[in-house]
Design a protein around this ligand. Structure first.
Ligand code: DGT
Ligand code: CA
Ligand code: CA
Ligand code: ZN
Length: 590
């Protein structure tokens, strides 16, 4: 029987708790117990549970809601099940709060250093009373650390170096995270009556996947007043510098914001300059120099005379270049292309007619496919593909063969009733270690669309991992490879893959490579996309939404696609429903 989906979308929990949150809490508990020198078996139990949950293709919250027995999962006993339930219900774990009180906070930050695991941190604390990085720095200087057992010359040297780097390191922040900090900032600046316009420049305007710091440009006839008022923004932790036309501050949570204020006639020149990238700016400046012109943040100058600077467009034009969209300004050939009227017509969000990967309650999503369809329709999509996970961990949920057939029938009925939006019945099928797929072809054949993905064995050798993906692409029913490199931004490196080979085989087998729009994935990334396009790869751009709220993530994928120079014609879900259906049909005929 297909699982009955509740169509009101309400769950008995007030808040969605993702598996990653449970993983994070258990990892912290294990680390803290380890630092304390607690019972080894207990610690190992937490780490094993983490491994299980990380690989799980379903949301634990859903499993609990359905009354599933979590102790059937590998490594989850009665005790851990109770703790998981506490996290899912309350969002936290009392035990973690207790442990945090018992272990000094600086100790956990020591774990960030490469040579230090919980065991060594435990020793440093117990024997030298080292409670944080500063203590460690001091004791290293006094040569006390090298006296400890297990801290040889190699390790102490490594630690010294890591601490040096750590002091200068500025953590980059994911694009989507930055977005939420921007609203209060820009509205604070705009409230100033002296401010005519506010722009966010820098890497944010270029839509980079991670942002080092925020660069804001304000236009005003009174820069001095504006920059002074800016430093009174309520969320400021520290003022780094403040001058007549600029200020740099640290806001909560530890984010650097650089403000520049220029007078209206310099708007275009300043926006150009602070958008960067630096490499792009330098290239443009050299082109200007060849023409006997000087470009800076105030304008374009010939001799002492200012001849442009009001808008970015007029600056590019004056230099004989087509206007270059910010996403391309990385000195990766865009200046040459602009000189030769050869820039791509970048794909836009509104070009996207479909969304080709999303999940429902049938696997690890929160909602029914009807709810996903409803929201997608509101966002202006004309078609979507429902791609729940195939089951690959041996517990009873997920889409087995029977459930798939039922879901296909249900979707078919939906399409007969509803004409405003077409739903493709798809699957996100697991690629096994040997490259075969987790479902037989006789099932895959009955689906409109098959998305294949790796969700296990991330550490195979380059040779084996490449072969594994190629074999999957050679399956006649494979339409799309999802998140092809498997990287998670700042968390997991891409798998070892010969991408050149993968790209060639994707073209040969008419397999689309996905640009996954989840803010932590953005996979393929901009560079991969650019290389793949040169080989002739075609792409699918998907939200990979696990709830209706996530359907808007598609825009992050579009940013990445634009940074990879893609045009609408490179992305198959910009095709009309008829053209896309035709594309699928013709592949099935092959
Ligand atoms: P980020 O903050 O690391 O994500 O990257 P950006 O590109 O935002 O870099 P940032 O904040 O250091 O500088 C903002 C822009 O200001 C940069 O994209 C170009 C411009 N800029 C900064 N320093 C220089 C420079 O030394 N020369 C030139 N031509 N432009 C610069
Ligand atoms: Ca910046
Ligand atoms: Ca900056
Ligand atoms: Zn996936």
């Amino acid at each position: 029987m297909i699982k009955k989906v509740k169509d009101d979308g309400k769950s008995s929990f007030s808040k969605i708790i993702y598996n990653s949150e449970i993983v994070e809490i258990f990892t912290k508990v294990a680390d803290l117990l380890d630092i304390k020198g607690d019972n080894e078996f207990r610690i190992r139990a937490y780490r094993e549970a983490v491994r299980t949950i990380e690989r799980l293709p379903w949301q634990i919250q859903n499993l609990i809601e359905e009354g599933r027995d979590l102790t059937k999962l590998p490594g989850i006993g009665k005790d851990l099940e109770i703790k998981i339930k506490e996290i899912v219900k309350t969002g936290g774990l009392k035990q973690l709060q207790r442990l945090k009180k018992q272990v000094p906070e600086g100790l956990t930050s020591l774990l960030e250093l490469p040579a230090l695991g919980p065991k060594r941190v435990h020793d440093l604390y117990l024997q030298l009373k080292i409670k944080n990085k500063q203590d460690l720095r001091n004791k290293l200087m006094q040569n006390e650390v090298s006296q400890l057992k297990g801290f040889g010359r190699k390790i102490t040297a490594q630690l010294k170096k890591a601490l040096e780097q750590d002091a200068t390191k500025k953590e980059r922040i994911k694009f989507k995270t930055i977005e939420q900090y921007l609203k209060p900032l820009t509205s604070w600046i705009s409230q100033d009556k002296l401010v005519k316009k506010v722009f966010v420049a820098g890497s944010y305007r270029r839509k980079k996947e991670t942002i080092g710091d925020i660069d804001i440009l304000a236009i005003s006839s009174d820069p001095n007043q504006v920059s002074r008022r800016f430093t009174r923004f309520p969320e400021i932790k520290d003022i780094l510098s403040q001058g007549e036309t600029k200020a740099s501050v640290i806001t909560n949570p530890s984010l650097q914001v650089d403000l520049r204020v220029v007078v209206p006639k310099s708007e275009g020149a300043a926006l150009f300059y602070f958008t960067g990238s630096k490499a792009h700016n330098i290239k443009i400046r050299n082109i200007a120099l060849d023409k006997g012109l000087k470009v800076n943040e105030y304008g374009v100058f010939k001799g002492g005379k200012r001849i442009a600077g009001q808008t970015e467009k007029e600056i590019y034009k004056l230099l004989g270049l087509d206007y270059i969209p910010p996403e391309l300004r990385e000195d990766k050939g865009e200046v040459e292309a602009a000189l030769n009227n050869n820039l791509p017509h970048l794909v836009k969000l509104k070009d996207l007619k479909g969304d080709l990967q999303m999940h429902t309650k049938s696997s690890d999503g929160t909602s029914s496919f009807e709810q996903m369809a409803g929201r997608a329709k509101k966002l202006g999509r004309e078609y979507i593909a429902i791609t729940d996970h195939s089951s690959f961990i041996g517990i009873t949920q997920g889409l087995d063969e029977k459930k798939i057939i039922k879901q296909v029938a249900k979707i078919k009925r939906f399409n007969e009733k509803i004409s405003e939006l077409h739903v493709f019945a798809g699957i996100e099928v697991d690629i096994k270690e040997d490259g075969s797929l987790d479902l037989p072809n006789k099932i895959l054949k009955q689906l409109d669309l098959v998305v294949c993905a790796i969700h296990s064995k991330f550490n195979l050798s380059l040779e084996k991992q490449t072969q594994r993906l190629i074999k999957a692409m050679e399956n006649p029913y494979c339409n799309i490879i999802a998140h092809p490199t498997g990287r998670i931004i700042q968390k997991r490196e891409p798998y070892k893959l010969n991408l050149e080979k993968i790209f060639k085989m994707a073209v040969k087998n008419q397999v689309l490579l996905e640009i996954n729009s989840q803010p932590s994935r953005l996979d393929l990334n901009d560079e991969n996309i650019m290389q793949a396009k040169q080989v002739g790869v075609k792409f699918s751009l998907s939200s990979d939404a696990h709830s209706p709220e996530e359907l808007f993530y598609l825009k992050y994928g579009v940013y990445q696609a634009r940074r990879g120079w893609l045009e609408a014609k490179d992305v198959l879900n910009t095709y009309s429903l008829a053209a896309f259906t035709q594309f699928l049909k013709q592949k099935k005929k092959r």
